[in-house]
Design a protein around this ligand. Structure first.
Ligand code: FES
Length: 108
């Protein structure tokens, strides 16, 4: 448990691991997490599972702010999690920055 009332947040990675463009994948608890930066450069976190049929997005092609799921080609905006196809948007997770660590709360 982290101090300061952050008990639901879990350490995900260093701020340095989240690129200015592109994404960084990690696991927080049992949740696959995709971290990226929004248009303001703030770190944001989304489920790393595709909303089509829950394949892992890791390894998907990334181009111009979009990731294409490697399984059946669903596309998502890496900055907002918004779906670019018929699938639902990626679930977004709360993020806190403490020093150089990125904390994520994978379940609301
Ligand atoms: S699991 Fe991602 S497109 Fe099917």
């Amino acid at each position: 448990m982290l101090p300061g009332g952050n008990k639901d947040f879990q350490d995900a990675c260093s701020t340095m691991q989240v690129p200015k463009t592109g994404v960084f994948f990690t696991t927080v608890g049992s949740q696959e997490v995709m971290l990226s930066r929004d248009r303001q450069g703030e770190i944001v976190a989304f489920s790393g599972f595709c909303t089509h049929s829950f394949g892992r997005l890791e390894g998907g092609e990334i181009e111009e702010g979009e990731i294409t799921c490697p399984h059946h080609g669903a596309r998502f905006d890496t900055r907002t999690g918004r779906s670019k196809s018929a699938c639902p948007n990626l679930p977004k997770f709360d993020v806190r920055i403490e020093g150089r660590r990125v904390l994520v709360r994978p379940d609301r």
